[in-house]
Design a protein around this ligand. Structure first.
Ligand code: MF3
Ligand code: CO
Ligand code: CO
Length: 258
């Protein structure tokens, strides 16, 4: 059934914990590379090599033809930016790095937006607001709540502050499959609104824009998504587990022991 939401068994949950821990650790380590003068291809190389060293596989590589092992989305790029030797970080940029690791057949998916050196107040506020949007989304997760409660919480925080909430790209169930049901919109969407049950694992990954919520797909590379007005966009992503009394953030890097 295409719309079936898989409830993970205790063994599957343990495997998800391990995959998500690796994705979070990889993201934490690669964040050291974020500084002016670094090419996004160097970020890709680190993620690729570290992932293989850990006995895992970088999920983006060859996923529906994606050519690299991580997504690097700079400034007006909303998501799915392709690392490149020509794409060199500059003081004042913001960059989202989105890591997805496959460990023992299970996916862990997490991203953060980083500041490159000193950035404008406008950019810093956008990034802080987007982080808060993720926290607000995570906070409503518990068994018995509904998927659309998440988007409502995010939209109600972002829009009154003047930001646009991206609609075309959503969070997703995750497990043995990279993108599985349910879809997790970050705004009040119509359509399916399943109840959350303990043992579900999915991502919450709000993309928040300084201006319009509208996006545009790069027709040349078929991947890079930009804001239609070319203003800044930020994103944070966690993979979470629904529990009886709340939520477990599986990609929480503050819980990593070195
Ligand atoms: N990691 C992205 C997500 O959060 C998906 C990237 S697909 C890729 O769902 F092919 F661009 F890597
Ligand atoms: Co995701
Ligand atoms: Co991701």
């Amino acid at each position: 059934m295409a719309d079936h939401i898989h409830i993970k068994s205790p063994a599957e949950i343990d495997a998800m914990r391990a995959a998500c821990r690796l994705a979070a650790k990889t993201l934490k380590l690669v964040s050291e590379l974020v500084k002016p003068g670094v090419a996004t291809d160097e970020i890709n190389r680190f993620v690729h090599e570290y992932t293989l060293e850990q006995g895992a596989v970088p999920a983006p590589l060859n996923y529906k033809g994606f050519p690299k092992s991580v997504c690097t989305s700079v400034n007006d790029v909303v998501c799915h930016g392709i690392p490149s030797k020509r794409d060199i970080l500059q003081e004042g940029d913001i960059i989202n790095i989105d890591v997805t690791s496959i460990l023992d057949g299970f996916h862990g998916d997490t991203s953060r937006t980083f500041l490159v050196g000193e950035v404008s107040d406008e950019a810093r506020r956008l990034v802080e607001t987007t982080w808060e949007c993720l926290q607000r989304g995570v906070a409503v997760v518990r068994a018995g709540a509904r998927v659309r409660d998440i988007g409502a919480a995010i939209q109600d925080y972002a829009e009154p502050r003047g930001y646009g909430v991206v609609r075309e790209y959503v969070g997703h169930g995750i497990g043995r499959v990279f993108h599985e049901p349910p879809q997790v919109p970050h705004y009040r969407a119509g359509g399916a609104n399943p109840r959350l049950r303990a043992g579900m694992t999915f991502t919450i990954e709000p993309m928040i824009n300084l201006g319009t919520h509208e996006t545009e797909l790069d027709v040349e590379d078929g991947w890079t998504v930009r804001t239609r007005d070319r203003k800044l966009s930020a994103q944070f992503e966690h993979t979470v587990l629904v529990t009886e009394d709340g939520v477990e953030i599986l990609t929480d890097w503050d819980k990593l022991e070195d």
